[in-house]
Design a protein around this ligand. Structure first.
Ligand code: ZN
Length: 216
């Protein structure tokens, strides 16, 4: 699947190195299962990482140790420290996300946020938070800024904001510089996976008052 808005280098390298918070890892893994281009880029980073590891093994432990590690890799198959990136099963949610939800969209436990918008907070460890968002066709999320990084991956439908239009597989990377109001396209309800490492900065009063309750 070809998608228009893909990950940046920093996030891919962070993912390959295993230093992202779990919520961001989940967005990246879900995006990777939808984007051939991002998967190809990740393959490049992992190859570089692997080559560096092999070199340092050879220097620190000598040829025997390296041979035994290589033998173990051969017998055990691929050594994988991250959740395996698989192609999405037929369904709306990519496979890494299905593991968190316990199935596809029919298993999501939505909570209303007002105006038909719903969310489901996913259980992740670390400072960043992951949530699924449901935005009815044509509806808007209150306009807001960001105190940190917000990653938004579209899973169904599309939304438009001040930056562009984002459809299935697209990822929007927002930070302190961006103020936006995502609006779902008219033709379908939009479902997104969003991760933030700091609370959003809502510009109007009501969302700001509700913020602690909704943990957004
Ligand atoms: Zn945002």
């Amino acid at each position: 699947m070809t998608v228009k808005h893909i990950l940046n280098e920093q996030l891919l390298m962070g993912y390959a190195a295993g230093i992202l918070p779990e919520a961001f890892d989940l967005v990246v893994a879900s995006h990777l299962s939808l984007s051939d281009e991002s998967r190809a880029m990740l393959g490049g980073y992992e190859a570089i990482g692997g080559a560096v590891m092999e070199d340092s093994d050879a220097v620190e432990m000598g040829a025997d140790a390296l041979a035994s590690v290589m033998g173990r890799i051969k017998s055990e198959g691929t050594v994988q420290s991250k959740p395996a990136i698989k192609h999405a099963k037929p369904g709306i949610l990519p496979e890494p996300l299905q593991d968190y939800v316990g199935g596809d969209v029919d298993k999501i436990k939505w909570r209303p946020l007002g105006g038909g918008v719903k969310q489901a907070i996913l259980r992740t460890s670390g400072k960043a938070q992951a949530r699924l968002l449901f935005i009815p066709a044509g509806a808007a999320v209150p306009d807001h800024g960001h105190r940190g990084t917000e990653l938004t991956l579209v899973l169904q439908g599309a939304f438009s904001d001040e930056v562009d239009t984002f459809a299935r597989g697209d990822i929007e990377i927002a930070n302190e510089d961006l103020n936006h109001q995502p609006i779902a396209s008219e033709d379908a309800d939009c479902i997104c996976l969003a991760a933030t490492d700091a609370p959003l900065r809502f510009n109007s009063l009501i969302p700001r008052l509700l913020q602690p309750i909704f943990r957004i």
